[in-house]
Design a protein around this ligand. Sequence first.
Ligand SMILES: *Cc1c(COP(=O)(O)O)cnc(C)c1O
Length: 357
Amino acid sequence: MNMVDLRSDTVTQPTAAMREAMMASPLGDDVFGDDPSVNALQEKIAALTGKEAALFMSSGTQSNLCGMMAHCGRGDEYIVGQNAHTYRYEGGGAAVLGSIQPQPLAQDSQGLMKLADVQAAIKPDDPHFARTRLLCLENTWNGHPMPAAYLDGMTELARRHGLALHLDGARVFNAAVSDAGAGGDVIAALRAITDRFDSVSVCFSKGLGAPVGSALCGSRELIDRARRWRKMVGGGLRQAGLLAAAASHALDHHVNRLADDHALAQRLAQGLATIDGLAVRSAQTNIVFVDVADGRGPDLLAHLERQGVLATGLIGLRFVTHLGVDAAAIDHALASVRDFFDRAAPQGTAARGHAVY
Ligand SMILES: *Cc1c(COP(=O)(O)O)cnc(C)c1O
């Protein structure tokens, strides 16, 4: 069966044209700085994000880690959302490998922290405290683009207190496409986001559809520091141009099409919203969250899998659209969800035996 895989936008296969670009890419040893395809990608993404330099990374986690370590030293601190990737989903790398103390703060349902909380978390210069050095934001967060006013408030506050600013922009191109709106200038929207930050990490392996890779973008000085950390954590790759060529191809051909993913997420969200027993939480870009009533999330997931549809989650389910799915796939997913609720067992019985999530 051809699965409709909505677990993540990381599951995409390289397109035929991307594979061709990879096979045609000139290669060299990137640890010597000799790989023309890596160098071309780094120049391209630095220009797009408006930074002096960029560094190709194995993953978004590696990119964020090297970025944070380039900003902060031992005994420094970064302020970050409680549910931000750089705090919650990267194995504590900044603390473990960087001796950088995280200061996590509450976020609302849209991923936003309160200005007053950030302000209160910035510590005075006093030997009791870690040195607050960096504010880390994430855009998109759980598929939510950050409002411009929020970015303005946060970045102005950080600047006022001498903090550096890092953006985990794993899906920043989704944010830019959403901010630009239909027919808008995506790259101008991207720059409006990235110009506020000292460093930006971008994933090529998510909605952009490359098989592997991320980039850290920033000043030449910051990127030089990050390059040392990248080597230390094992990210000095050799003929990495094979992968960089895929990322370059993605930047050339897969940015504007992110709007298609957003439209499919809307199609899915609108369909799901008509089904009793589901509450759609959000679908601003390519990620749809739904809450499933009566603890039936796991049963629904299992049913969907039998119908050839993959998603993730437990109580709330997550569906992510990407270049590997089309309207027919979304409609099949919707039909499968409807089918589950149509043949629902009598109220409340289906969830028995699944009391603990
Ligand atoms: C996926 C993701 C990362 C890291 O990506 P990996 O390449 O899987 O390490 C970082 N931040 C956010 C917000 C992400 O979604």
